[in-house]
Design a protein around this ligand. Structure first.
Ligand code: NAP
Length: 257
């Protein structure tokens, strides 16, 4: 059977958990050799174990995506192992470290989120792009958020980092289209992963038109579309995968007279 990513080499960050793990499993099922990157090696190794049990191909790499040295090592290890890099999926991210209004945030809170979520995309892309150019092309997929499209109180570093990813995506798409590199991002809404599930019990889901959180697999399928040749004429796009959350402005009608 042919897969949509046969003979492709994909590097996925944050792949020990949630959306990254679901994407690693799906990309491997579709034929890709996958570098499973996370700051937690045991979690990355668990993802690899599931892939290899299903007769897929993967390696686990421990790296902190906010560290230039770690990012260089994860790319080198991938190319040393598989000989190329076709798909870079910059997915690792953290939510706001502190829930606070902007004036109450520390510089450390700001830097931690921006470095992990946004600088990481720059660090990995600047190394992957020359490799992809030498190969004749490649694909970069970045994970933004519905909260990169619309802001939300108490999480300004998160929203700023995710909005930054959208314009970094568009800019790189315009810069490297002629070298056959496509760059797109997904904007997940509330997704049932370890990052978010703790909050779900205190949230009513009626702000989401579809009325429920997403499954990591539903986000992974959107990432697969952008990573595959099915999206051959798509570059510079941000794709909400959020049950309609970012499509509507919530209007708080009063109940009764
Ligand atoms: P998750 O289950 O927490 O998975 C994220 C993984 O990335 C974790 O294993 C995490 O490790 C790892 N990671 C964090 N910082 C890292 C670093 N500096 N270097 C390497 N790995 C690192 O979360 P998720 O929900 O799947 O999130 C994946 C992406 O989707 C993130 O970019 C997130 O912002 C985005 N997103 C999620 C939602 C949602 O509702 N879940 C919505 C919109 C966007 P630790 O566990 O050690 O932190």
């Amino acid at each position: 059977m042919t897969g949509r990513l046969d003979r492709k080499v994909a590097l996925i960050t944050g792949a020990a958990s949630g959306i990254g793990r679901a994407s690693a499993l799906l990309f491997a099922k579709e034929g890709a050799s996958v570098s499973v990157v996370d700051r937690a090696l045991p979690g990355a190794q668990e993802t690899v174990a599931v892939i290899t049990k299903a007769r897929g191909e993967a390696i686990a790499i421990e790296a902190d995506v906010s560290s230039a040295a770690d990012v260089e090592r994860m790319i080198k290890r991938t190319v040393d192992t598989y000989g190329r890099l076709d798909i870079l999926f910059n997915n690792a991210g953290i939510s706001a470290r502190t829930l606070a209004f902007t004036a109450d945030l520390s510089e450390e809170d700001w830097d931690a989120v921006l470095d992990t979520n946004l600088k990481s995309v720059f660090l990995a892309s600047r190394l992957a792009i020359p490799i992809m150019i030498r190969q004749g092309g490649g694909v970069i997929v970045n994970t933004s958020s519905a909260q990169g499209i619309g802001g939300g109180p108490l999480v300004s570093p998160y929203c700023a980092s995710k909005a930054g990813i959208i314009l970094l995506t568009k800019t790189m798409a315009a810069e490297y289209a002629k070298q056959n590199i496509r760059v797109n991002c997904i904007c997940p809404g509330m997704t049932d992963t370890p990052m978010m599930s703790a909050y779900f019990s205190s949230l009513q889901m009626d702000f989401i038109p579809q009325g429920r959180p997403g499954d990591p697999e539903e986000i992974a399928r959107a990432a697969l579309f952008l990573a595959s040749d099915d999206a051959s004429y798509v570059t510079g796009a941000f794709l909400p995968v959020d049950g309609g959350w970012s499509a509507q402005l919530v209007v708080p009608y009063k109940q009764g007279p």
